[in-house]
Design a protein around this ligand. Structure first.
Ligand code: FO1
Length: 318
């Protein structure tokens, strides 16, 4: 069974690792948001690609979910000594990833090829695919002014109200051949529990992505990143509210209406089942919190079972 998953950072990477564990080697393709990418000290940094890569390679920092475990920060310390502002915590080992990525991109390799090479070297059996090889940057309008995503997220600690989102460069982006192939060959497509505005949103906004999803006859299932009205991690709940969406599993379902066949929601949100079903979606209520690896694998099995059930009941060949 081949599965394609759409993912952003930490929450998406966790479910992706569960899916990888539940599938035969090579069965999973993860299509990752790259609109958080930015440049620092001349390095091309792709936080979500790296979070997914490190998680699937089993080397992610278990406390933060991003970065590498047992990391040291001597290079950053030295940059600080030179008087640089060290607001973005780049670890010594992590820096090697950015150095190589930057070098290979400069030589003309695509981000897809670079990521494939890094993933292979880390022994990852799945395909980690940037949503597109063109550069897209999430810009956020806040009362403080217009901020690049990482300035908002890390430098200013997500304290600003988000009043608008611009995906700079999105009109010139397109899904890569690898992404299109992953979607057309998938027996199930999973929207991971990532921020629907700034993680899944940019993936869906790549021109041609929605058509590719619509063209696929595979069942499409989304896992809500909002539980009991709150995001498990990050600012998704506040962002949904300030942008006029409902900070609830049903609010996420509304954003995905017409795109997905089923929503996976937590037991805490059982009361929202009828509202989501009214949108024409099937609903699976389960424990959607991933505390450890066992939870990731269990949720992944449940998600795949749910997709299969949808496939069977709608007469899909998927
Ligand atoms: N997140 C933080 O909250 N603070 C950091 O200093 C930070 C550094 C960092 C370095 C490399 C990397 O790949 C990710 C890093 N992240 C950091 C996470 C990242 O910025 C966010 O999780 C995503 O962009 C949101 O999906």
């Amino acid at each position: 069974m081949r599965v394609a998953a759409l993912a952003g950072g930490v929450g998406g990477a966790k479910l992706a690792s569960g899916l990888e564990a539940a599938l035969p080697d090579g069965g999973l393709s993860v299509i990752v948001n790259t609109a958080d990418d930015f440049e620092l000290w001349g390095l091309h940094i792709s936080p979500d690609l790296d979070t997914v890569m490190y998680t699937l390679a089993g080397i992610a920092n278990p406390e933060t979910g991003w970065g590498i475990k047992d990391e040291t920060f001597d290079s950053l310390g030295m940059l600080g000594e030179y008087g640089e502002d060290t607001w973005f915590l780049l670890g010594d080992r992590d820096i090697a990833t950015h150095v190589l990525r930057t070098e290979r991109l400069k030589k003309g390799e695509s981000l897809t090829a670079v990521t494939g090479g890094l993933s292979k070297a880390l022994g990852i059996p799945s395909r980690v695919l940037p949503m597109s090889d063109e550069r897209v940057s999430t810009m956020l309008d806040t009362p403080y002014g217009r901020l690049e995503f990482q300035e908002y997220f890390v430098r200013r600690g997500q304290r600003d109200e988000v009043l608008g989102v611009e995906l700079r460069g999105i009109e010139n982006s397109r899904p890569t051949g690898e992404v299109l192939e992953a979607l057309s060959g998938a027996a199930a497509i999973v929207f991971c529990p990532s921020n629907p505005v700034v993680s899944i949103g940019p993936i869906l906004a790549v021109p041609g992505m929605r058509d590719a999803l619509a063209d696929s006859s595979a069942p499409k299932v989304a896992v809500s990143p909002i539980i009991g009205g709150k995001a498990l991690k990050g600012p998704a709940d506040r962002m949904l509210s300030s942008l006029g969406h409902e900070s609830a599993a049903a609010g996420v379902a509304r954003m995905y209406a017409g795109l997905v066949d089923g929503m996976v929601i937590d037991r805490a949100d059982e009361g929202e089942r009828a509202g989501i079903e009214a949108l024409g979606m099937r609903v699976l209520v389960t424990d959607a919190v991933m505390r450890d690896e066992a939870d990731r694998a269990r949720l992944a099995y449940e998600v795949l079972g749910f997709a299969e059930e949808i496939s069977g009941s709608s007469g899909r060949s998927g």
